[in-house]
Design a protein around this ligand. Structure first.
Ligand code: NAD
Length: 481
């Protein structure tokens, strides 16, 4: 099936107009390895123009809109996303290689982010502060100014929804640099913003390479905030670039998120979560649960029940809507296969299968469940970013916490236990930005603040909290006698 594009993917959005660049980048279809389209290769000149356009928007029509008017615009965009839902889902599925069902869920999440932040735009309030006699003191929440959004390839629509919608709700003007591997729905988002009547320059979309457009954007002296989602190594570059301009940065990086299964867990409820959290989006999810920690008395049972599920899993082309699709690229496949080779001293408990007749150029890896693990193993320490989970036994709560907290990451964790006291206790002890008790992922959680500690990053997006991150606080003290 060809891409259902209703726009020219070689055009980029700057200052409310669509432009072409001198050179383009190929768009590979991860399901078959073929070139599907080309996108623009923006660089420093385009980033400079986009930042200038954003500054002009703040000084112009966009900066004059009330919070309610910005909210209405986002709500209109939410409706338009739903109107384009099936085309967006097919584009995202083909571009990222994700099963159509997942791509449809991503469209729904994008619409929901726009709805949530559209509704919230005029509900962010300051405070009045009791102060000295003769004064009235209060705080104002104001936009940072120009916000930079550097987006990865794994969930383009969801990540644009959570960061760009929140930034626009607060009145910032955004410059978005989508990932070179998957930029198409970011460009579609720009078209939808224009269809909704977004003032020129409020939203600018410049695809390109990380080391060109991404580096130019993160180092630009005209931006006032950076939202980065991606790898730890690049996140460190971005933070250094932000430091050079002394601007705040939100880093949403990787993870090694554990699920802790205690003897008294409701296994029937837990099992689908244990497995799906590992294989969703072929494991290319920052919050993928790649470590399953199981209390020893039920270890064999959990491993076998997970293995039975793995044996039923199939990887295949995105539009075939299998349990999982291909990985994003040949490079990512090599990395994941390199990790799987490290399992030679462990046990491969089960593998799913790759569908027959998958195109030879696709980047397929069979989902793999690894048993016999321990917390110090590289597979239990490093982010694999592929469809593999390692299952590790523990004796008691103390050991479970030590293993769970024993990586450089701290993004998400979950606890499966019918002992309410234990779950509440562990919710406090686990080092993670989000902890789920007897669930994992909570249905997407647009409303739930999200972000990491340690090498998983810092700052929070999603939920109402993002609106504080995408604004700055001004204190006003008035003397009136
Ligand atoms: P990546 O860091 O390679 O790329 C992310 C973005 O940064 C892309 O747009 C890329 O072009 C850009 N970039 C690359 N080099 C750059 C540079 N020198 N300067 C500026 N920008 C640059 O990451 P990836 O491979 O696209 O994504 C995978 C990683 O992202 C994983 O580690 C994953 O855990 C993480 N991730 C985290 C979250 C989260 O919310 N915490 C969500 C999705 C992905």
């Amino acid at each position: 099936m060809s891409l259902p594009l209703w726009f020219d993917p070689e055009e980029i959005l700057i200052g409310g107009a669509w432009h072409k660049t001198q050179v383009c980048l190929p768009v590979e279809c991860p399901s078959d390895g073929r070139e599907m389209a080309q996108i623009a290769r923006g660089g420093k000149p385009e980033i400079d123009a986009a930042v200038e356009a954003a500054q002009a928007a703040l000084a112009g029509e966009w900066g004059q809109l009330s919070a309610a008017e910005r909210g209405r615009l986002l709500l209109k965009m939410s409706g338009l996303v739903l109107a384009h839902a099936e085309d967006l889902a097919v584009i995202e599925a083909l571009d990222v290689g994700k099963p159509l069902t997942q791509a449809r869920a991503d469209v729904a999440a994008l619409a929901r982010y726009l709805e949530f932040y559209g509704g919230a735009a005029d509900k962010v309030m300051g405070e009045t502060i009791p102060y000295l006699n003769g004064y009235t003191a209060y705080t104002l929440r104001e936009p940072h100014g120009v916000t930079a959004h550097i987006v990865p390839w794994n969930y383009p629509m969801q990540i644009i929804g959570r960061s760009v919608a929140a930034a626009l709700a607060m009145g910032n003007a955004a410059v978005v640099k989508p990932a070179e591997e998957a930029s198409l729905t970011a460009l579609a988002f720009g078209r939808i913003a224009q269809e909704a009547g977004m003032p020129a320059g409020a939203l600018n979309i410049v695809p390109g390479l990380g080391e060109e457009a991404g580096a130019a954007l993160s180092a630009h002296p005209g931006i006032q905030h950076i939202s980065f989602t991606g790898s730890v190594a690049v996140g460190q570059h971005i933070q250094a670039a932000a430091a050079a301009n002394a601007v705040p940065v939100t880093l949403e990086l990787g993870g090694k998120s554990p699920q802790l299964v205690f003897t008294d867990a409701d296994l029937d409820r837990a099992l689908p979560f244990l497995v799906n959290a590992g294989i969703q989006n072929a494991g290319q999810t920052c919050s993928a649960s790649s470590r399953i920690l199981v209390q020893r008395s039920r270890y064999d049972e959990v491993l076998e029940k997970m293995a039975a599920r793995y044996r039923g899993l199939t990887a295949g082309p995105a539009l075939g809507d299998h349990d999982l699709g291909p990985l994003i690229s040949g490079r990512q496949k090599e990395i994941v296969e390199g990790y799987l080779a490290l399992a030679s001293d462990l046990t491969i408990a089960a593998q799913g299968r790759i569908a027959e007749d998958v195109p030879a150029g696709g980047h397929y890896v069979a989902p793999t469940l690894i048993g016999g693990g321990h917390g110090a193993h590289r597979l239990a320490q490093e982010e694999i970013f592929g469809p593999a989970q390692i299952v590790i036994p523990f004796e008691d709560e103390e050991e479970a916490v030590a293993i769970a907290n024993g990586t450089e990451y701290g993004l998400v964790a979950s606890v499966w236990s019918e002992n309410g006291g234990r779950t509440m206790r562990l919710a406090r002890r686990l080092r993670a930005g989000q902890v789920f008790l007897n669930n994992y992922g909570a249905g997407g959680g647009v409303e739930l603040p999200f972000g990491g500690i340690g090498k998983s990053g810092h700052g929070r997006e999603k939920g109402f909290e993002a609106l504080y991150g995408f604004s700055t606080l001004k204190t006003v003290a008035a003397w009136h006698g």
